[in-house]
Every structure is written in structure tokens, then in C-alpha cells.
Ligand binder design. Structure first.
Ligand SMILES: NC(=O)c1ccc[n+]([C@@H]2O[C@H](COP(=O)([O-])OP(=O)(O)OC[C@H]3O[C@@H](n4cnc5c(N)ncnc54)[C@H](O)[C@@H]3O)[C@@H](O)[C@H]2O)c1
Ligand SMILES: O=C(O)[C@H]1O[C@H](OP(=O)(O)OP(=O)(O)OC[C@H]2O[C@@H](n3ccc(=O)[nH]c3=O)[C@H](O)[C@@H]2O)[C@H](O)[C@@H](O)[C@@H]1O
Length: 388
């Protein structure tokens, strides 16, 4: 028999039931996989789709974990089963959201409803039924850095005090209202404030997660293959799509924005620590990212081009990138976060978590997956119009 699992304070971890909303998405699929493979916990998996967790659900009854995961196809916008499912669980994890930037300025109403209004009943049912909640927010709540408002040549721009993002001290700086890009960040900020207030006034036990660009296999979709041809996913899938189709990577406004990318498998370790250490995680907001993996989007494109060439055996294009304006790529109302470095003090102190995987290594395993999963289908899709 496997040794009993213990938490960070050496206490045995009791098996729990988790109501995971948005379990069929990118993060949910990795979290379900980890919970099934390594823990005794049960998952009530709620989502509109289940393609990304089908391998855990089917064939029915065939996996060692089959009796520990149950899929419920439902839309939390309107489903009377939601409260019952939250009541059946010890912990609710809410991942459901519209969270692709191409939607924030083109579908701002859907974005605000999804990230604020639709999350309200989840918070309410957790609070009223005294259930613990882990809610997924975003690093976008920080918006732009203070440093971005300094003159371009100011030496203060190099001072971490002007750009490192801290949960308890950094302000949230968004653009003007017509910059609808910020509809997502603003809705996420308001739901964070509501959860925090439920904790303060009604004793809700909560943890808020602010992911900083988690990436890896199963993120989003490849347009025209397992998602709409005209769809615009997040940057990893956009660039993967370009590489698979042997098209230049599109750099929005010159690809000058900076991001820190963390490997999904490292980030999931952090979520596991939150799940299994409630006494250390409750009442906290956690940055989860990798401050050591910072690149400009242009550097990301260059590195992905090099890694993809290595894993596919195909030579890179002579002109691997092309510049495109944000207006052309995303439409009016787009704006951008300039730089995102997470401060790690709180998560280090409370959970002792640190990310491990370098950007090169995480791109190598992710692009190996993209090539294996999509290269053949893309080839066929490209060949089709010519054959007709
Ligand atoms: N991936 C990241 O790096 C990242 C970064 C910041 C924040 N987040 C947050 O983490 C969460 C999960 O992100 P992800 O990358 O897994 O996104 P995702 O789009 O892959 O997953 C979200 C899932 O929620 C489901 N969903 C959406 N609305 C629903 C509804 N009304 N009813 C039922 N299911 C619904 C979707 O079908 C999808 O499967 C989101 O809240 C997102 O804002 C993610
Ligand atoms: O992942 C996160 O932490 C958060 O940030 C993302 O926002 P962002 O990083 O701007 O989204 P991406 O689509 O991944 O874009 C990253 C950068 O690449 C650029 N980009 C994107 C796609 C492309 O083809 N080319 C390109 O230059 C964008 O303009 C942006 O500067 C999304 O808002 C959320 O998933 C999440 O809340």
C-alpha cells in the first residue's frame, strides 16, 4: 500500500470531493489528470465540453480512477444542478471563464458576464453552504506596470520596484473605458473583491489564484483543426498554428511586450499544494508564475521557431516573423500589458513552491506534443483545397 499522504505540516491528508467548474479546459484537464493519478480525491467535473478530459473518462470503468471522476455537462449560466453539486463537495475550484484576449475587445459583454456575473452564484453557494472556494483570477488584474508610465529613457524603469507585481501592494492599472481589452481584467478584479468581502464579512474560506501565462499541451486550439478557422487563441497556439502551417509568426505591435511563461505541470504542483494545505492557503491571493522565464513576444517567437525546427526536423522559414498592428490583429479597443514579473514572496512563504522548468525545456515538450498531435491533420487540411 502507498504511504499515507501528508500535508506541509506533516498531517495526514483526508480524501476529499472537489467540484471543479471548467474542468474540461486547459488547466482543468491537467488538474484532473494529476488528481486522478496521484491522489485519492474525487472530482465532480463540470463543463460544457469534455474533449480534453475524455482520456480520463473513457472507456467507462476502465481506469483505476473511474469511480473517482464524474463528468456533468452543464453551463453554469443557467443550471439548477449547480448548488447541489457544490453542496456535495468539500471544495469548489472555479476555472470557468472566457479568457482569450481576442474576445475581450470584440465580445466585451460576454467577457464581463462570464468573468463576473456567471461566477456570482458560485461564490454565493460556497458562502451560504460554508464550502471552501479556490477561484481562478488572472495576472491581468495588475494591468500595466507603474514603470510603463515613466519616460522611455528613465533609469527607474530598471528598478524592480517599478515593475515587479506584488499581491498585497501593487496597484491595478487599466486603460480607459474605450480600451475594451480591460473588460476581462476589470471583471476579474471585481469578483476578487467580492470573494475577499465574502471572506471578511461572512467567513468564506477562499484562495485566489493569479496565473501568469501558464502554457503547455492542450492549451486552446489550432484554428481550422480543433477550433474555428477564424478563431484567435492565445499566443502559444497562434504561434504553434503558424509553425505547423509554415507561415511567419505574427508579432503584434512589434512583439515588444514582455511575458513570463510557466510550464503547466509546475503550476499544477502549486494548485495541488493549495488544495491539500487549506490552513496555509485560505485567505490568500497567490501569484503563480515563473519570474525566471521572461522574454519579449519577439524572443518567444524566435525561440519557438528554433525549438519547432528541432522537434519537427523541418528547417525554419527564411523570414520567420512578420509585424502586424494590434488594430489589424485584434481590432479596435485592444491594449496590452507591458511586462509581467510575479513577486513570489507569498507563495514561497505559505506553500514553499517554486517553478522548475526553463522556457526552452517547456517549449520543447509542448512543441513535441503540438507536432505529434497536429502536424498530420494540418498537412491534410492544407492539401484539401488543392485536391478539390
Ligand atoms: N492559462 C492561463 O495561463 C491563465 C492565465 C490567467 C488566468 N487563467 C484563468 O484560469 C481559468 C482557466 O483557464 P484555462 O486556460 O484553462 O482556460 P480554458 O478556456 O481552457 O478553460 C475554461 C473552461 O471553462 C469552461 N466554461 C466557460 N464558461 C463556462 C460555463 N458558463 N459553464 C461551464 N463551463 C464553462 C470552458 O468550456 C472551458 O473548458 C480561467 O478562469 C482563466 O481566466 C488562465
Ligand atoms: O495567461 C495569462 O496569464 C493571462 O494573459 C493572457 O493575456 P496575454 O498574455 O496578453 O495573451 P496572449 O494571447 O497569450 O498574448 C501574449 C502576447 O503575445 C501577443 N501575440 C499574440 C498572438 C500572436 O499571434 N502574436 C502576438 O504577438 C499579444 O499581443 C500579447 O502581447 C490572457 O488574458 C489570459 O489567458 C490570462 O488571463
Amino acid at each position: 500500500m502507498a504511504a499515507a499522504r501528508v500535508d506541509l505540516d506533516g498531517k495526514p491528508i483526508k480524501a476529499m470531493t472537489i467540484c471543479m467548474i471548467g474542468a474540461g479546459g486547459f488547466i482543468g484537464s491537467h488538474l484532473c489528470e494529476k488528481l486522478m493519478a496521484e491522489t485519492p480525491h474525487k472530482v465532480l467535473a463540470l463543463d460544457v465540453y469534455n474533449d480534453k478530459i475524455k482520456h480520463l473518462l473513457e472507456p467507462a470503468g476502465s481506469h483505476p480512477w473511474s469511480d473517482r471522476i464524474q463528468f456533468h455537462r452543464l453551463n453554469i449560466k443557467q443550471d439548477s444542478r449547480l448548488e447541489g453539486l457544490i453542496k456535495m463537495a468539500d471544495l469548489t475550484i472555479n476555472l470557468a471563464a472566457i479568457c482569450t484576449p481576442a474576445d475581450y475587445n470584440t465580445r466585451p459583454l460576454d467577457t464581463i458576464y462570464s468573468n463576473f456575473i456567471d461566477a456570482l452564484p458560485v461564490v454565493k453557494y460556497c458562502s451560504e453552504n460554508s464550502k471552501r472556494l479556490i477561484h481562478f483570477s488572472t495576472c491581468e488584474v495588475y494591468g500595466k506596470t507603474i514603470g510603463s508610465f515613466l519616460p522611455k529613457d528613465s533609469p527607474l524603469r530598471q528598478d524592480p520596484a517599478y515593475y515587479v507585481l506584488k499581491e498585497d501592494t501593487s496597484p491595478c492599472i487599466f486603460g480607459s473605458i474605450e480600451k475594451q481589452r480591460w473588460s476581462y481584467a476589470c471583471a476579474k478584479q471585481l469578483i476578487e473583491r467580492l470573494i475577499y468581502a465574502e471572506g471578511a464579512e461572512n467567513g468564506l474560506e477562499f484562495t485566489i489564484v493569479r496565473p501568469f501565462n501558464w502554457i503547455g499541451p492542450r492549451m486552446d486550439f489550432i484554428p481550422g483543426i480543433d477550433g474555428p478557422s477564424e478563431g484567435v487563441p492565445r499566443v502559444l497556439a497562434c504561434f504553434s498554428n503558424n509553425l505547423l502551417r509554415r507561415e511567419p509568426l505574427k508579432l503584434v505591435d512589434g512583439g515588444e511586450s514582455q511575458r513570463t511563461f510557466v510550464y503547466i505541470k509546475d503550476a499544477i504542483e502549486a494548485v495541488m499544494l493549495m488544495i491539500e494545505n487549506p490552513a496555509r492557503a485560505n485567505g490568500h491571493i497567490f501569484n503563480v508564475g515563473n519570474p525566471n522565464n521572461e522574454v519579449t513576444v519577439r524572443q518567444l517567437g524566435e525561440m519557438m521557431t528554433e525549438v519547432y525546427s528541432k522537434v519537427s526536423g523541418e528547417p525554419p522559414l527564411e523570414v520567420p516573423t512578420v509585424d502586424v498592428s494590434s488594430k489589424e490583429f485584434y481590432g479596435v479597443g485592444y491594449d496590452d500589458s507591458d511586462k509581467r514579473i510575479p513577486d513570489m514572496t507569498i507563495i514561497n512563504k505559505q506553500l514553499g513552491w517554486d517553478p522548475k522548468t526553463s522556457l526552452w525545456d517547456l517549449l520543447e515538450s509542448t512543441l513535441t506534443y503540438q507536432h505529434r498531435t497536429y502536424a498530420e491533420a494540418v498537412k491534410q487540411a492544407i492539401a484539401k483545397p488543392a485536391a478539390n
